[in-house]
Design a protein around this ligand. Structure first.
Ligand code: DGI
Ligand code: FE
Ligand code: FE
Ligand code: FE
Length: 187
């Protein structure tokens, strides 16, 4: 697989701002993989591709979720969740990415899931704390990321859940399950 070609293909899916975010996630994911003994090449690949479908039209994503039998319950939760599952399908079908660990890290980078793998955690957390991110509490999460992936992710999902509750939105059950499971892992 040619990483430079994948870089160009990924860059072509998104506006410059999202590409800059992607490069931040790549650097952060590699750093987290080094710190926590993760697979640096897989972390780099999953981070590069994690938002592959982020800028795709909602209709296009909805069609793919239906036609490719991706989890249908996604459709009754926030649209922001869709690009993760659609992206994993897209990089597999368009670029032949077949590494299930990498595909899972892309698939679950937004929602999280119960039983997150080390690679899932690295990519999901890198997405929250890459240098371009600026939301209330991000520096606390960056600090926690220096000592515990799990504690940092509990804070990160907690922050997302609070925002969703404040906006009156539904919460995808996998996110709650992910946070509950991560809390167990910190005890
Ligand atoms: O794609 P990014 O913007 O880089 O980040 P992301 O893939 O983590 O998307 C995060 C967005 O998804 C964030 O604005 C919150 C939104 N979202 C909506 N419903 C849910 C959700 N995130 C989680 N974890 N769980 C939800 O139920
Ligand atoms: Fe994303
Ligand atoms: Fe995320
Ligand atoms: Fe992202």
């Amino acid at each position: 697989m040619d990483l430079d070609k994948l870089r160009e293909a990924t860059r072509a899916q998104m506006p410059d701002k999202r590409w800059k975010h992607t490069l931040g996630v790549v650097d952060t994911a590699i750093a987290l993989a080094v710190r926590y003994g993760g697979h640096t090449e897989k972390a780099e690949l999953a981070a590069l591709l994690h938002d592959y479908s982020k800028a795709w039209a909602t209709d296009r994503m909805e069609t793919i979720i239906r036609e490719q039998s991706l989890p249908a319950d996604l459709l009754v939760y926030d649209k922001d969740l869709w690009h993760a599952h659609v992206g994993a399908w897209a990089v597999a079908s368009e670029h032949g990415i077949a590494d299930e660990e990498v595909l899972d890290a892309i698939r679950y980078h937004t929602s999280g899931r119960e039983g997150m793998t080390l690679l899932d955690k690295i990519v999901c957390l890198a997405d929250y704390i890459e240098p371009g991110r600026d939301f209330p509490g991000v520096d606390d999460i960056r600090k926690l990321a220096e000592s515990s992936l799990e504690e940092a992710l509990v804070e990160a999902f907690g922050s997302t859940i609070k925002v969703l509750v404040k906006r009156g939105k539904r919460i995808f059950p996998e996110t709650v399950a992910a946070r509950n499971d991560l809390i167990m892992q910190t005890k």
